[in-house]
Design a binder for this molecule. Sequence first.
Ligand code: BEZ
Length: 252
Amino acid sequence: MNQKWNTGTYDTDMAFVSQYGESLIELLKPAAGEFILDWGCGTGDLAAAIASRGAAVTGIDASPEMIAAARLKHPHLTFILADGQSYTAEPSADAVFSNAALHWLTDARGAAASIAASLRTGGRFVAEFGGKDNIASVVHGLPLAFAAAGCQDKLALPWYFPGIAEYTTLLEQSGLSASLALCYDRPTPLAGGEQGFVTWLNTFADGILSVLTPVQRGQVLAFMEQELRPQLFHDGVWVMDYRRIRVVAVKR
Ligand code: BEZ
């Protein structure tokens, strides 16, 4: 999957990603002097918010564009280009925080093992990401859109959206004991009016669409917009059918 990030669009049109993440910091309760990892840090805004509470924060992300943008925006913090499915932090951390990133790590077992290996005993893991049926409209619509454009053989979805039981079982097997696990609907309004949904697809589904010819890409976008409009477009705003998992776990 060749997902390329336009970090400018990500920070302006998709500002909701870090805005929603701020309530996750309340669950993390960072303390001064702690060492905290931000797993899938994007452009680093939540890492900076955690650091402003007095913690030492290192952000990791597998996207070179994201890491470059994070280093420019927050030069006082450390950002590492690393695969969160295999990276192990040294020294181990007091906490691992992750917002809207783990659904990109399809080797979920590798990610959970890496997170566990990066925590000290008693360290905590606080995360939010897409759960089962997250963006179900898009997941169901894309195969129809690709078929309509005659390119169904090119479709590969890059997301991991587990059920809560599956995910907490995986954490337990990885040495992390869950103390909180929630799955809930979080309808998410997009900026940009009429254009909001196509901008969302061009941002978050870029890796899926980048294998298409420009004509096929245009056909898929037009199909998706038309098919999903009755379900997702209300009073001039596209509202995405996000469904989130929130977990807190402790390293045994
Ligand atoms: C999400 O945050 O739920 C998400 C974002 C982009 C693609 C898939 C899911």
